[in-house]
Design a protein around this ligand. Structure first.
Ligand code: SAM
Length: 228
Protein backbone atom coordinates (compact mmCIF):
# COMPACT_ATOMS: atom_id res chain seq x y z
CA UNK A 1 0.00 0.00 0.00
CA UNK A 2 1.39 3.38 -0.95
CA UNK A 3 0.58 6.07 1.59
CA UNK A 4 0.58 9.74 0.63
CA UNK A 5 -0.05 12.58 3.07
CA UNK A 6 -2.08 15.35 1.49
CA UNK A 7 -1.10 19.00 1.95
CA UNK A 8 -4.43 20.11 3.30
CA UNK A 9 -5.30 17.40 5.78
CA UNK A 10 -3.77 14.73 7.92
CA UNK A 11 -5.75 12.07 6.13
CA UNK A 12 -3.73 9.39 4.44
CA UNK A 13 -4.52 8.73 0.81
CA UNK A 14 -4.40 4.97 0.74
CA UNK A 15 -3.59 3.99 -2.78
CA UNK A 16 -4.59 0.38 -2.64
CA UNK A 17 -2.09 -0.40 -5.37
CA UNK A 18 -1.07 -3.97 -4.87
CA UNK A 19 1.27 -6.05 -7.03
CA UNK A 20 -0.53 -8.47 -9.34
CA UNK A 21 0.46 -11.40 -7.19
CA UNK A 22 -1.04 -9.85 -4.06
CA UNK A 23 -3.98 -11.28 -2.15
CA UNK A 24 -5.21 -7.71 -1.58
CA UNK A 25 -5.30 -8.33 2.15
CA UNK A 26 -7.36 -5.32 3.24
CA UNK A 27 -10.08 -6.49 5.66
CA UNK A 28 -13.30 -4.57 6.26
CA UNK A 29 -14.16 -3.02 9.63
CA UNK A 30 -17.29 -4.82 10.93
CA UNK A 31 -19.39 -1.66 11.28
CA UNK A 32 -19.33 -1.28 7.48
CA UNK A 33 -20.76 -4.78 7.03
CA UNK A 34 -23.43 -4.10 9.67
CA UNK A 35 -24.43 -0.98 7.76
CA UNK A 36 -25.18 -2.86 4.54
CA UNK A 37 -27.09 -5.54 6.46
CA UNK A 38 -29.24 -2.83 8.03
CA UNK A 39 -29.80 -1.28 4.60
CA UNK A 40 -30.95 -4.65 3.21
CA UNK A 41 -33.31 -5.09 6.17
CA UNK A 42 -34.70 -1.60 5.62
CA UNK A 43 -35.38 -2.56 2.00
CA UNK A 44 -37.64 -5.30 3.38
CA UNK A 45 -35.31 -8.15 2.40
CA UNK A 46 -35.75 -10.98 4.90
CA UNK A 47 -32.05 -11.66 5.42
CA UNK A 48 -32.70 -13.25 8.83
CA UNK A 49 -33.99 -16.26 6.88
CA UNK A 50 -31.26 -16.34 4.27
CA UNK A 51 -27.91 -17.97 3.69
CA UNK A 52 -25.07 -15.64 2.72
CA UNK A 53 -21.66 -16.48 1.26
CA UNK A 54 -18.47 -14.53 2.02
CA UNK A 55 -16.07 -16.03 -0.56
CA UNK A 56 -13.01 -13.96 0.47
CA UNK A 57 -13.41 -14.48 4.21
CA UNK A 58 -9.84 -13.60 5.22
CA UNK A 59 -9.82 -13.37 9.05
CA UNK A 60 -13.60 -13.41 9.37
CA UNK A 61 -14.08 -9.68 9.89
CA UNK A 62 -17.13 -9.76 7.57
CA UNK A 63 -18.31 -13.27 8.48
CA UNK A 64 -18.82 -12.29 12.13
CA UNK A 65 -21.14 -9.32 11.54
CA UNK A 66 -22.93 -11.19 8.73
CA UNK A 67 -23.72 -13.94 11.24
CA UNK A 68 -25.49 -11.35 13.40
CA UNK A 69 -28.04 -10.71 10.62
CA UNK A 70 -28.25 -13.79 8.36
CA UNK A 71 -29.51 -17.28 9.27
CA UNK A 72 -26.35 -18.92 7.94
CA UNK A 73 -22.97 -17.72 6.70
CA UNK A 74 -20.58 -19.69 4.51
CA UNK A 75 -17.01 -18.42 4.39
CA UNK A 76 -13.98 -19.47 2.36
CA UNK A 77 -10.80 -17.85 1.05
CA UNK A 78 -8.03 -18.67 -1.38
CA UNK A 79 -5.51 -18.38 1.46
CA UNK A 80 -5.54 -19.94 4.92
CA UNK A 81 -5.13 -17.07 7.40
CA UNK A 82 -5.54 -19.49 10.28
CA UNK A 83 -9.20 -18.83 11.06
CA UNK A 84 -10.60 -22.18 9.94
CA UNK A 85 -12.18 -21.23 6.63
CA UNK A 86 -11.98 -23.71 3.74
CA UNK A 87 -9.34 -22.78 1.18
CA UNK A 88 -11.16 -22.21 -2.09
CA UNK A 89 -10.61 -20.13 -5.21
CA UNK A 90 -13.92 -18.37 -5.82
CA UNK A 91 -13.03 -17.44 -9.39
CA UNK A 92 -11.76 -20.73 -10.76
CA UNK A 93 -13.57 -23.42 -8.74
CA UNK A 94 -16.88 -24.41 -10.28
CA UNK A 95 -18.69 -26.26 -7.52
CA UNK A 96 -19.96 -23.35 -5.43
CA UNK A 97 -23.60 -24.16 -4.64
CA UNK A 98 -26.38 -21.61 -4.87
CA UNK A 99 -26.91 -19.33 -1.86
CA UNK A 100 -29.40 -16.53 -1.25
CA UNK A 101 -26.85 -13.71 -1.06
CA UNK A 102 -23.16 -13.11 -1.62
CA UNK A 103 -21.57 -10.27 0.34
CA UNK A 104 -17.85 -9.56 0.23
CA UNK A 105 -14.99 -7.15 -0.13
CA UNK A 106 -13.36 -8.69 -3.20
CA UNK A 107 -9.71 -8.38 -4.20
CA UNK A 108 -9.71 -5.27 -6.41
CA UNK A 109 -8.20 -6.77 -9.54
CA UNK A 110 -10.63 -9.72 -9.43
CA UNK A 111 -13.69 -7.76 -8.35
CA UNK A 112 -15.41 -8.03 -11.73
CA UNK A 113 -14.88 -11.83 -11.80
CA UNK A 114 -16.14 -12.06 -8.22
CA UNK A 115 -19.31 -10.14 -9.09
CA UNK A 116 -19.99 -12.29 -12.15
CA UNK A 117 -19.48 -15.51 -10.20
CA UNK A 118 -21.57 -14.21 -7.30
CA UNK A 119 -24.41 -13.26 -9.63
CA UNK A 120 -24.36 -16.80 -11.07
CA UNK A 121 -24.47 -18.41 -7.63
CA UNK A 122 -26.84 -16.13 -5.67
CA UNK A 123 -30.64 -16.31 -5.83
CA UNK A 124 -31.57 -12.97 -4.25
CA UNK A 125 -28.63 -10.62 -4.60
CA UNK A 126 -24.99 -9.62 -4.36
CA UNK A 127 -23.30 -6.79 -2.47
CA UNK A 128 -19.64 -5.84 -2.76
CA UNK A 129 -17.78 -3.06 -1.02
CA UNK A 130 -15.36 -1.42 -3.43
CA UNK A 131 -13.41 1.76 -3.80
CA UNK A 132 -15.61 4.34 -5.47
CA UNK A 133 -13.05 4.39 -8.30
CA UNK A 134 -14.20 0.88 -9.23
CA UNK A 135 -17.17 2.35 -11.09
CA UNK A 136 -14.77 4.12 -13.47
CA UNK A 137 -13.04 2.43 -16.36
CA UNK A 138 -13.96 1.55 -19.94
CA UNK A 139 -13.28 -2.13 -19.46
CA UNK A 140 -15.50 -2.52 -16.40
CA UNK A 141 -18.20 -0.41 -18.08
CA UNK A 142 -18.17 -2.42 -21.31
CA UNK A 143 -17.82 -5.80 -19.67
CA UNK A 144 -19.90 -5.46 -16.51
CA UNK A 145 -21.89 -2.31 -15.79
CA UNK A 146 -23.33 -1.83 -19.31
CA UNK A 147 -25.04 -5.23 -19.30
CA UNK A 148 -25.44 -5.72 -15.56
CA UNK A 149 -25.65 -2.40 -13.75
CA UNK A 150 -25.97 -2.71 -9.99
CA UNK A 151 -29.42 -1.94 -8.62
CA UNK A 152 -27.93 0.43 -6.05
CA UNK A 153 -24.76 2.30 -5.28
CA UNK A 154 -24.64 2.96 -1.54
CA UNK A 155 -22.30 5.84 -0.80
CA UNK A 156 -20.92 6.26 2.68
CA UNK A 157 -21.04 9.77 4.11
CA UNK A 158 -18.43 8.64 6.63
CA UNK A 159 -15.07 7.24 5.59
CA UNK A 160 -14.41 3.51 5.91
CA UNK A 161 -10.78 3.07 6.90
CA UNK A 162 -9.04 -0.05 5.63
CA UNK A 163 -5.44 -1.04 6.18
CA UNK A 164 -3.30 -3.97 5.21
CA UNK A 165 -3.49 -7.20 7.17
CA UNK A 166 -5.70 -6.07 10.06
CA UNK A 167 -8.52 -3.78 11.09
CA UNK A 168 -7.90 -0.71 13.22
CA UNK A 169 -10.25 1.75 14.82
CA UNK A 170 -8.14 4.81 14.16
CA UNK A 171 -7.40 4.59 10.43
CA UNK A 172 -7.60 7.96 8.73
CA UNK A 173 -8.15 7.67 5.01
CA UNK A 174 -8.94 9.79 2.00
CA UNK A 175 -10.18 6.78 0.01
CA UNK A 176 -13.94 6.62 -0.57
CA UNK A 177 -15.68 3.24 -0.48
CA UNK A 178 -19.20 2.35 -1.54
CA UNK A 179 -21.36 -0.74 -1.76
CA UNK A 180 -22.61 -1.96 -5.13
CA UNK A 181 -25.78 -4.01 -4.69
CA UNK A 182 -27.38 -6.21 -7.32
CA UNK A 183 -30.93 -7.37 -6.52
CA UNK A 184 -32.04 -10.15 -8.83
CA UNK A 185 -35.69 -9.07 -8.86
CA UNK A 186 -34.80 -5.53 -9.97
CA UNK A 187 -35.13 -5.45 -13.75
CA UNK A 188 -35.16 -1.64 -14.05
CA UNK A 189 -31.69 -1.63 -15.60
CA UNK A 190 -30.96 1.53 -13.63
CA UNK A 191 -28.51 2.09 -10.81
CA UNK A 192 -30.03 4.10 -7.99
CA UNK A 193 -27.88 6.01 -5.50
CA UNK A 194 -28.60 5.84 -1.78
CA UNK A 195 -26.45 7.25 0.99
CA UNK A 196 -25.45 5.31 4.09
CA UNK A 197 -26.25 7.75 6.84
CA UNK A 198 -23.79 8.33 9.67
CA UNK A 199 -23.84 5.06 11.62
CA UNK A 200 -20.27 4.21 12.56
CA UNK A 201 -20.55 5.25 16.20
CA UNK A 202 -23.74 3.22 16.65
CA UNK A 203 -22.52 0.09 14.80
CA UNK A 204 -18.91 -0.05 15.96
CA UNK A 205 -17.90 -2.10 19.00
CA UNK A 206 -14.61 -2.02 20.82
CA UNK A 207 -14.30 -5.80 20.69
CA UNK A 208 -14.48 -5.71 16.88
CA UNK A 209 -10.79 -4.84 16.81
CA UNK A 210 -7.99 -7.31 17.55
CA UNK A 211 -5.44 -6.09 20.11
CA UNK A 212 -2.57 -7.56 18.13
CA UNK A 213 -1.42 -6.74 14.61
CA UNK A 214 -0.96 -9.32 11.93
CA UNK A 215 2.33 -11.15 11.46
CA UNK A 216 4.47 -9.90 8.57
CA UNK A 217 4.52 -13.37 6.98
CA UNK A 218 0.77 -13.26 6.54
CA UNK A 219 0.37 -9.65 5.47
CA UNK A 220 3.13 -9.94 2.90
CA UNK A 221 2.05 -13.36 1.70
CA UNK A 222 1.07 -13.65 -1.85
CA UNK A 223 1.88 -15.62 -4.94
CA UNK A 224 -1.52 -17.05 -5.65
CA UNK A 225 -2.58 -14.73 -8.44
CA UNK A 226 0.11 -16.31 -10.59
CA UNK A 227 -2.20 -19.27 -11.08
CA UNK A 228 -5.09 -17.14 -12.41
C1 SAM B 1 -9.82 -7.06 0.31
S1 SAM B 1 -9.54 -8.57 1.20
C2 SAM B 1 -11.10 -8.70 1.97
C3 SAM B 1 -11.21 -9.71 3.05
C4 SAM B 1 -12.57 -9.86 3.70
N1 SAM B 1 -13.59 -10.03 2.70
C5 SAM B 1 -12.88 -8.66 4.54
O1 SAM B 1 -13.42 -7.70 4.00
O2 SAM B 1 -12.54 -8.64 5.73
C6 SAM B 1 -9.56 -9.72 -0.19
C7 SAM B 1 -9.51 -11.19 0.19
O3 SAM B 1 -9.70 -11.93 -1.02
C8 SAM B 1 -8.97 -13.13 -0.91
N2 SAM B 1 -8.85 -13.65 -2.30
C9 SAM B 1 -8.06 -13.17 -3.28
N3 SAM B 1 -8.28 -13.87 -4.41
C10 SAM B 1 -9.21 -14.81 -4.12
C11 SAM B 1 -9.85 -15.83 -4.88
N4 SAM B 1 -9.58 -16.03 -6.18
N5 SAM B 1 -10.79 -16.62 -4.26
C12 SAM B 1 -11.07 -16.43 -2.96
N6 SAM B 1 -10.49 -15.47 -2.19
C13 SAM B 1 -9.58 -14.67 -2.77
C14 SAM B 1 -7.68 -12.71 -0.23
O4 SAM B 1 -7.01 -13.79 0.37
C15 SAM B 1 -8.23 -11.70 0.80
O5 SAM B 1 -8.51 -12.35 2.01
Amino acid sequence: MKEVKTNRSNAVVQKRVEPKISLDDFPTPPWATRSVCEWLEQKGIDIANMKVREPAANRGHMVKPLSEYFREVEGSDIHDYGYGFPVRNFVTEEDFSEVDFTITNPPFILAKDFVEKALRTSKIGVAVIVRLAFIEGKDRYNNLFKEKPPSYLLQYVERVGMCKGTIKKDVSTATAYCWLVWLKDDDSGECKINWIEPCRERLERDDDYPPETVSPEISNYGNLFEEL
